[in-house]
Design a protein around this ligand. Sequence first.
Ligand SMILES: Cc1cc2nc3c(=O)[nH]c(=O)nc-3n(C[C@H](O)[C@H](O)[C@H](O)COP(=O)(O)OP(=O)(O)OC[C@H]3O[C@@H](n4cnc5c(N)ncnc54)[C@H](O)[C@@H]3O)c2cc1C
Length: 384
Amino acid sequence: MVKQILILGAGFGGLEAATSLREKLDNSVKITLIDKNNFFMIGFTKFDVMFGRRSVEEIKSYYKNIAMDGIKFVRDTIEVIDPLNKIIKTSTSDFTYDFLIVTLGADLAPEATPGFIEDGYEFYSLPGAQRLFSVIDDFRSGTILVSIFSKPYKCPPAPYEAAFLLHDFFTNKGIRNRIDIKMLIPAPTPLPIAREVSAEIEKLLEAKNIGLYRQHKVVELNPQRKIAVIENRDPIGYDLFLGVPIHVPPKVVRESPLGENGWIKVNKKNLQTSFENVYAVGDVVNIPVGEFAVPKAGAFAEAAAKVVVEEILNKLKNENNVVKFDGAGTCYMETGSGNIAELDANFFGEPEPRVNLNGPSLEFRENKERFEKDRISKWFKKVD
Ligand SMILES: Cc1cc2nc3c(=O)[nH]c(=O)nc-3n(C[C@H](O)[C@H](O)[C@H](O)COP(=O)(O)OP(=O)(O)OC[C@H]3O[C@@H](n4cnc5c(N)ncnc54)[C@H](O)[C@@H]3O)c2cc1C
């Protein structure tokens, strides 16, 4: 009998799962991939748009060009996930499945910080990055605040990367001395799980004259007075405010028995949820690591998807290949003048999680470019 694998969300996790499963299974297994958008983009390419280095079309990969034949792509919004009855409802259809992979990412909630929609800017969505380009390009002098509102948020080094690239951008324009850049973070260090890497990031900020305000949790913006209201501290004024919006699980997940009003909980070794043959990977899950958690980053979503692929293959082929999610992945952080740092992490490392920072150096530029190229060429057909 034909088996159905249904994959919800075509980001890092969904594309990796769909492509790898299709490569390894014959047509007695149907693979359906659902996403509300018609294109994918690698997270860090938003910086290219924000700083005018690449056009929006250059960073988009359209799902109509998915590399593997035999993956049915459905563009629709998922409205109900009902694992009790094995039914997924979209705005137009119902789907059932033998295996379900939920990889719907994290939603941004800019409205959760009063005043932020009115007077703040974000670079975590494509429209946000697009909107920022002309704002930054027109900015001539004053104070820029870059703020992380709360954890968890995607790609923990990304806000620091934004500050480094702002420094670079205004330095190249010859107006850096007229601009004060401050980073306001709720935590005591940039990456609380990694003391040494935090110290490296602090050094880089200092060298670029970017003020770091630790334990400064911005809770509100006052657009009239142009001040950021900070929990238990004096407010700080700004001319331009950039924030990392509060992240929340997608509504359809929160409302399902999988999310139970939060991020999805999974078995950290095989990513299975509390429902048999229902898996979840990527930003939509919370995998605790002591007082921290596996970060929300594409590299981890993809690694987890590879484990789920093996799990499903074992079940379909009655095999017993042992694969375990290892909580490992690499993120890139551009630090200016083309230099790239590689943050190499193993969150399940013993005796404690390990994060190393390699670089920054021009050498790692090639690795970052390859990271993007390899994924796009694996998941999408080449189009001219
Ligand atoms: C500025 C920035 C820089 C980053 N840099 C890096 C980096 O250097 N390295 C790295 O590894 N990661 C980086 N990331 C993080 C990375 O982009 C995400 O962690 C990654 O995309 C998560 O993959 P995912 O598959 O879990 O979710 P996503 O890639 O977010 O995919 C989720 C998909 O689900 C779809 N979806 C959601 N809800 C619905 C619904 N109801 N119906 C239908 N479809 C739905 C969405 O449209 C989306 O396509 C960065 C992110 C940002 C913002």
